[in-house]
Design a protein around this ligand. Sequence first.
Ligand code: ZN
Length: 246
Amino acid sequence: MKITAFLSLFFLLNILQPLVAQEQSTASSLTLLLTGQGSPVLIGDEYKLVEEAAVAFENMSQAAAQDSIIIQAVSSYRSFDRQLAIWNRKFTKNEALGLTPDQNIKKITEYSTIPGTSRHHWGSDIDLIAAEPKVEGDVLLTRLFENEGPYAALKKWMDAHANSFGFYLVYTKEDKRGGFQYEPWHYSYLPTSKKYLEWYLNLELESILKDKNILGKEYFTEEYMQHYLEEYILGISPELLSQKKE
Ligand SMILES: [Zn+2]
């Protein structure tokens, strides 16, 4: 009997072992994917999005073109390394201008995310402008999308139609929203990003960022990261937040 029990346990452990290992590797590959360190399958020539978002984007672009709005992607999928380069470049520049680390981080996070926390890592989010009229210099400026600005017609079209294609503005204009500044160019494909955000909220960000080469990371304390999570990561249009309460 004892032998049988032992053998049963032995077999059970042998069956469970690969399952546990598989679960751990799935968890870590999901972590890599959500933080821009994975290898997602991306579609598109002028942009890079995951397939379901790319298909919806093509449909939306075609509909807009019929109304004489030519949508142009400025930025879509971005890897961790790309975001790291953006962050470190800004940090170094601000430091040279005399900003303290606190001021520096606050300044960068007006528009840019800490590497590993960008929605652009997911392949669900895209920064858009209109191909016409042509604008010289920096194109991602709020005033270009307002009043008689060159992208006002695009913005008006997106206000009326984007949601029906699954795309939502992330960093809306409402005063009560904290975190990143208003970005009239940044859209998210909701069916993908809502799911990703739900998974994302289970990650232990601090431990993920701790061994990375991010300038100023010593200021990413537990307290700061909690604030960053609530104000910045969750400081988005309520439609993109999961209805489920934790
Ligand atoms: Zn963006």
